[in-house]
Design a binder for this molecule. Structure first.
Ligand SMILES: CC(C)(COP(=O)(O)OP(=O)(O)OC[C@H]1O[C@@H](n2cnc3c(N)ncnc32)[C@H](O)[C@@H]1OP(=O)(O)O)[C@@H](O)C(=O)NCCC(=O)NCCS
Length: 186
């Protein structure tokens, strides 16, 4: 299986980065206050102007009108989760939802209600995850991809930039295009 684009250890590069980190120490910091329904399991980084939206865009048609569905669940952020500015994370309806250890979410992403994200994922700028999407561990979601509501993405999956994913994706797949199709397995 070819190494994943985001999880290749380049010893020379790693040494350089470790030196830089020693020179310019970085702390874990929460720069946007966390509402009570966000729970953290360790040190996390929440950059300025992250949006935690208390009311998800969920409605029930009653006949004459749409009724707003209450959103009362919690979001659990694993240790070393990092979320960059402009990203919007929506409160779930009933169950807890989780963003797993070490996952990093870039600028201006939208994470809709009832989404679950595994460990050590990179979610790049402009990504949109529809409601009830599940993302496995070690996934890489390229710039501006969109995942349809309720789709399940396996572990070690790469989604190319701009892809529109309409169906579940098995472990290790690399998907590209609109509609997204398999580029390779592994
Ligand atoms: C999906 C991806 C990982 C594939 O990378 P790769 O294995 O090096 O693929 P290649 O560049 O060799 O391209 C292989 C084929 O897939 C196509 N392809 C690659 N990425 C594509 C994409 N995002 N959308 C549509 N087609 C894509 C190429 O055109 C090529 O097609 P061809 O064989 O018909 O010529 C990569 O293109 C990608 O989208 N990476 C994410 C980039 C990103 O978000 N970067 C953020 C950094 S801040």
């Amino acid at each position: 299986m070819s190494p994943k684009i985001n999880q290749v250890v380049n010893p020379a590069r790693l040494e350089f980065v470790l030196e830089q980190r020693k020179k310019y120490p970085m702390t874990w910091d929460i720069l946007t206050p966390l509402p009570s329904w966000i729970k953290k399991e360790g040190k996390i980084d929440i950059h300025r102007n992250v949006f935690f939206s208390e009311q998800g865009f969920g409605f029930q048609w009653s006949g004459p009108e749409y009724l707003r569905i209450p959103h009362r669940g919690n979001i659990i952020l694993g240790p070393k989760v990092e979320i960059f500015s402009g990203t919007n994370i929506v409160r779930p309806t009933l169950n807890d939802t989780r963003i797993g250890e070490g996952t990093k979410i870039d600028y201006n992403c939208h994470i809709a209600h009832n989404v679950n994200i595994g460990k050590h994922c990179l979610i790049i700028a402009g990504t949109i995850l529809g409601g009830s999407v599940t993302i496995g561990d070690n996934c890489y979601l390229g710039i501006g991809c969109m995942i349809k509501n309720k789709v399940k993405i396996g572990n070690n999956v790469t989604i190319g930039m701009g892809a529109v994913v309409l169906n579940d994706v098995p472990d290790n797949y690399v998907m590209v295009g609109n509609p997204a199709k398999l580029l390779r397995n592994g």
